[in-house]
Design a protein. Structure first.
Length: 46
């Protein structure tokens, strides 16, 4: 299930690392997206 979610995240959600986003200047919504992608990715790797 998490592998499928990770693929969907990769397609739909923006990649802030490619945009060189500074985490100290990120909005709360951007931090939420980063946390969600991290959570799904770590679960998909297990």
């Amino acid at each position: 299930m998490f592998k499928t979610l990770a693929r969907i995240n990769k397609i739909i959600l923006p990649s802030y690392s490619k945009q060189n986003l500074d985490l100290s200047k990120a909005t709360a919504f951007q931090k939420l997206i980063i946390a969600w992608r991290y959570y799904v990715t770590t679960r998909a790797l297990n």
